[in-house]
Design a protein around this ligand. Sequence first.
Ligand code: NAD
Length: 299
Amino acid sequence: MADLQLGFLGLGRMGNPMLGHLLQAGYVVHAYDPSAPALEAACQRGARAAGSPAEVADAADIVLLSLPTPDVVERAVLGEGGIVHGKRARIVIDLSTTGPRMAMAIAAALAEKGRITLVDSPVSGGVAGAEKATLALMVSCPKGTYAEVQPVLQHLGKLFFVGEKPGLGQTLKLVNNLLSVAALAVSSEGMVMGVKAGLDPQTMIDVINVSSGRNSAIAEKFPRSILPRSFDYGFALGLSYKDVRLCVDEAEAMGIPMLVGSAVRQFLAMAHATFGPDSDFTNMVRLVENWAGVEVARR
Ligand code: NAD
């Protein structure tokens, strides 16, 4: 569509590179973020600044969101000055991780109050995936709407249509993130044990990466952010804790006990209390290191 106008809310670690791809593809993008430096940086790259989510929705047909938590999404969409009060927007694509119940509630409220369709589209692949446009997008929405948003979303990575019911994308995303951080938690325990016993952590990584214990923490997080002690993988502990809380709570609401999931949740609660919500989630290893009195560092 030649005159299609996009909107983007949330220009953080994920939103900023995603916005860049949409601008590069030639779209006009109306952007909003309460952080003035984030908004200014986006404008320098060609985005048009808006003063509120409603202003974005006055100017854009399709509004994309990459916001930190379910409450922030709810306020930005349905609150005072929210998207629902905008005059032009017909579709909201939520790229944030909010959980299926929030996605269902927002889809219903948007349809009723604003005749707007929600596209539930959480993403996986981290900041690196957002920068390289290689994210996995788990999309749930009506099939007709999928055909409309597919040309836009294809600029961000690979699309997986997971169903028409809002929240299905979120469920898949929560399961993925539980698995990802469970791997980081248990790999932290294993790596610290190996180092304390006298093994070289790089040797451990080389062997595990071609053995049956291989996982995303050993393949990516340890070599990139833990062995060099940079703790800069790009995913905040507060957000990871939020994801696992959402996952275990959703499972409980469905009557499904999660034994391992609950242990991972407690591990994250301890790391969160120790290092704070803004620290990178690779700091989880430092909890186990402190107990063991060793560091998993490159030799
Ligand atoms: P972030 O904290 O870096 O960025 C969030 C941005 O939203 C910030 O710039 C903040 O100022 C802005 N914001 C807050 N309130 C707002 C509002 N009302 N309107 C507009 N903007 C607002 O977070 P992130 O790491 O980019 O994550 C964003 C979402 O993507 C989260 O839901 C997260 O769970 C999910 N996610 C993150 C990663 C990752 O690796 N970082 C990977 C996949 C999914």
